[in-house]
Design a protein around this ligand. Structure first.
Ligand code: PGA
Length: 250
């Protein structure tokens, strides 16, 4: 049985006071929630302040990106060690905004996934197709390429540290959600790719999150699907009331 994970991707939102207040409300609202994992991913500069709030609680802390090198002349970049030193234990990698706005490719994302694992951060590898790719019937090819390339040269024991998030790009921030059936069938495809690359065990143990306009209104039907193990939530993770309702899916 895979334990559910509900992750909030705050993107480039909130200032220090807003981040602390939201984190405090989430810590209070989840003090009794012990049967699922809860994660929040603030912007880099807010991580220490949020860590001070969530430390010792049921809420995990992560970052939205990192660079694969350990240190050096990489202006504007942040290493896994730096993130760990301020309390982050997870990192979102290959988010579609990184792929499409910042032109990150599968090779770079693969280096980041490997570096995160090597340095003890838990990566969430995001995959998902663009609207034009979906409309031209390329969804399965795109998702397969992103999973295979993103996990290239990662061992069986290391891949068990990876969470995958399927986020169709056309559903992110648009109010359009994939139907639970559509999402479940892509999650099942991802499981079969993991089985071919690794084993039945890896395919069954790996958590696969859905992301893209997840809201209080659709979380229960998404989570009812066999292959959906959690959610990566953007907009609806920015308000305590809506994110707590998503965390407490039935
Ligand atoms: P959204 O974003 O929930 O606002 O659609 C999801 C994401 O990009 O992770």
């Amino acid at each position: 049985m895979r334990r559910a994970l509900i992750a909030g991707n705050w993107k480039m939102n909130l200032d220090r006071g807003g981040a602390e207040a939201l984190a405090r409300a989430l810590v209070e609202g989840t003090s009794e929630v012990n049967d699922r994992d809860i994660l929040i991913c603030p912007s880099f500069p807010l991580i220490p302040a949020v860590y001070a709030v969530v430390k010792g609680s049921n809420v995990w802390l992560g970052a939205q990106n990192m660079y694969f090198e350990k240190k050096g002349a990489f202006t504007g970049e942040v290493s896994a060690d730096m993130l760990k030193s301020v309390g982050a234990e997870w990192v979102i990698l290959g988010h579609s905004e990184r792929r499409h706005i910042f032109k990150e490719d599968d090779e770079l994302i693969n280096k980041k996934v490997k570096s995160a694992i090597d340095q003890g951060l838990k990566p969430i590898l995001c995959v998902g197709e663009l609207l034009e790719e979906r409309e031209s019937g390329k969804t399965e090819d795109v998702v397969k390429r992103q999973v295979v390339e993103g996990l290239k040269d990662i061992s069986v024991s290391d891949v068990l540290k990876v969470t995958i998030a399927y986020e169709p790009v056309w559903a992110i921030g648009t109010g359009k959600t994939a139907t639970p059936e559509d999402a479940d069938s892509i999650h099942s495809l991802i499981r079969s790719i993991l089985k071919d690359m690794y084993s039945e065990e890896v395919s069954q143990k790996t958590r696969i999150l859905y992301g893209g306009s997840v809201k209080p209104e659709n979380i229960d039907s998404l989570m009812a699907k066999e292959n959906i193990d959690g959610a990566l939530v953007g907009g609806a993770s920015l308000k305590a009331e809506s994110f707590l309702r998503i965390i407490k899916f039935q």
